[in-house]
Design a protein around this ligand. Structure first.
Ligand code: TMP
Length: 245
């Protein structure tokens, strides 16, 4: 596979075109940002770790019938993916109150939600990724009503699968962010990544609010041991996949 030119550089990944127009190469970076890139840093090994975690999760999701953009890994920090047009939406699923949900509603951190909450944010850095209503999303024509319904259904299905999977790793899935894309046949595929950058993951047996954190909140809140937490998540994922075989 020959890699052509840089198509797009995001905060965590660089996308390259390849000799096949249907295939892109995603190169995962060690760069870390938070709060819409107001906080910047680097997490050593993050590119390899997040790419490996996301690749394992995409393959597990495919086995459960969810279509993803994953193809394979030419290198541990690289993922070949199906070329899709990313919908400008950040789809957040929450099981437990944390982060912006607590800040915006006053719900206490750790409140278990009676049912999962699916939220849509406008993927637009200039506007600071604002929370959307369904009507605003439709007004802006960011997706069709049918696509919103299908994505909501997929997000809930993915949540059920991931909650179980992470529990098998001794990890509680608090919340996470998904991105979806359209392939050349207008099919909706799960895209981007699922990793400690995009999920809140708490060690199930730990109750201390700082010690339990195994995700990017360690970087956001300067909790320390960021690399160790990411590596621990990867090792737990690999072990869970191995025991499933
Ligand atoms: P929030 O509580 O800050 O809204 O975040 C909800 C989830 O979405 C959390 O697991 C982190 C993830 N997330 C991203 O992946 N990218 C982002 O830009 C933001 C704000 C959150």
């Amino acid at each position: 596979m020959s890699v052509h030119s840089k198509l797009y550089e995001g905060k965590a990944k660089i996308l390259y075109t390849t000799d096949d127009p249907e295939v892109l190469l995603a190169d995962f970076k060690d760069d870390a940002t938070a709060f819409n890139a107001q906080k910047r840093g680097s997490i050593l090994g993050k590119g390899r770790i997040n790419c490996s975690i996301a690749s394992q999760l995409f393959q597990q999701l495919e086995l459960s019938g969810i279509k993803t953009h994953f193809i394979d890994n030419p290198q541990p920090h690289q993922m070949r993916v199906k070329a899709v047009k990313i919908l400008p939406l950040e789809v957040v699923v929450r099981n437990i109150a944390a982060g912006s949900l607590c800040q915006q509603t006053g719900l206490a951190l750790g409140t278990v939600l009676k049912q999962p909450l699916v939220e849509f944010y406008y993927k637009n850095d200039q506007l600071g990724d604002p929370l959307l209503t369904r009507d605003r999303l439709l007004l802006m024509e960011l997706a069709t009503a049918e696509q919103v319904d299908e994505i909501t259904h997929l997000a809930l299905q993915i949540n059920e699968f991931l909650k179980e999977f992470w529990l098998g790793c001794g990890i509680t899935l608090v919340d996470f962010k998904l991105e979806f894309g359209l392939d050349s046949q207008q099919q909706i595929l799960l895209a981007d990544e699922i990793s400690p950058d995009t999920c809140r993951l708490w060690k199930t047996t730990e109750t201390d609010p700082n010690r339990r954190v195994l995700d990017k909140d360690r970087f956001r809140k300067d909790l320390g041991n960021v690399e160790d937490a990411y590596e621990e998540v990867l090792q737990r994922v690999l072990q869970a996949v191995e025991t499933k075989k």
